[in-house]
Design a protein around this ligand. Structure first.
Ligand SMILES: O=C(O)CCC(=O)C(=O)O
Ligand SMILES: [Fe+2]
Length: 313
């Protein structure tokens, strides 16, 4: 794919008139959602998937968990729940449906990208993530930058008891912090860096949160019902709220999506210690008219890879 086709900066990153101007051509049936997204950095689509679709994804998950009980057991928390399964959709068609058949959510993604949205990765949480607030961009650096959205679907009710998404409302408008100053705290340009260096992640997130607080933004949690979808802006600081009722499940799937052909890199490119790639060598597959990047394995917390084509219900 010719990356030159995508504008260097996605239109929704523009803070002012240009974005507003472009969104005048927005289809009427998604205009309110696009407007909310531009103002708040996220939008919730109520009942964007019907109860039968949610039920069949839930059933597929619990069947799978039972069938591969020995593998799941290795990664369960003290309550027997899974905190992070990577790319489980590669094994479960019902999870692919959650992306491909979420028509209203896709219309919004396609409009934002001005290009068909493609599923890059998924994370399945059976328990709230309790992840501290962060922007995804240091580990999800697209070329060009910011061609990325988070598409989060509740498979059961989510609230403060089981750990909902927590966000800085409007935090997507907080300017990118001086990431290059952060890099130079630890490295010189051209150094070999640890691709997972926790300092390069944590300092960036800390600076971002301080900027949100300085702007007077407040954290808020977003309760959701099964079948609701939340789409977040690439710059939205988000995380998982504390679970006040430990042991209560929070089954959810999040797809990280990009336009087809967009390369995704990590810290090295985010901090411009390497040049951004100019092409991708990913394979894509199609399910119900939507492209998915092919991952060979399903992983538990980024480890213990299981070949997706054998790890089936
Ligand atoms: O599901 C959550 O609690 C947070 C997930 C998240 O931060 C992500 O997928 O980027
Ligand atoms: Fe995230």
């Amino acid at each position: 794919m010719n990356l030159n086709k995508l504008p260097e900066i996605p239109w929704y990153m523009d803070l002012g008139a240009k974005a507003r101007n472009l969104y005048r051509d927005c289809p009427l049936d998604i205009k309110n959602e696009i407007s909310f997204f531009l103002d708040h950095g996220y939008v919730v689509l109520k009942n964007s998937l019907p109860p039968e679709r949610i039920e069949s994804a839930r059933n597929a998950f619990y069947r799978h968990k039972k069938k591969y009980a020995n593998i799941y057991a290795r990664h369960a928390d003290v309550n027997g729940l899974q905190r992070r399964i990577v790319n489980l959709h590669m094994a479960l068609y019902e999870f692919q449906d959650i992306f491909s058949l979420n028509t209203r959510a896709l219309k919004i993604q396609d409009y934002l990208f001005q290009s068909p949205s493609t599923c890059f990765t998924s994370l399945t949480f059976e328990s709230g993530s309790e992840q501290s607030i962060h922007r995804d961009s240091p580990y999800f650096t697209t070329t060009p930058e910011y061609y990325y959205l988070g598409v989060w679907v509740a498979l059961e009710r989510v609230d403060h008891l089981n750990g909902a998404l927590e966000i800085y409302d409007g935090g997507h408008l907080v300017h990118e912090v001086d990431r290059f100053e952060i890099f130079e705290r630890y490295y010189k340009y051209g150094d070999q860096i640890d691709q997972m260096d926790p300092r390069l992640w944590a300092d960036y997130q800390q600076a971002t949160i301080e900027s949100c607080i300085a702007k007077g933004l407040e954290k808020k949690i977003v309760p959701m019902e099964p079948g609701d979808t939340l789409i977040w802006h690439p710059h939205l600081p988000h995380g998982g709220s504390a679970i006040s009722s430990q042991g209560r499940s929070r089954l959810s799937i999040v797809n990280h999506v990009v336009p087809s052909g967009v390369p995704v890199s990590g810290l090295n490119v985010f901090y411009r210690n390497s040049n951004p790639p100019d092409s991708v060598n990913y394979g894509y597959m199609n399910h119900a008219d939507r492209n998915f990047l092919i991952h060979k394995n399903v992983e538990f917390q980024h480890a213990d890879p299981q070949p997706a084509n054998e790890f089936r219900n």
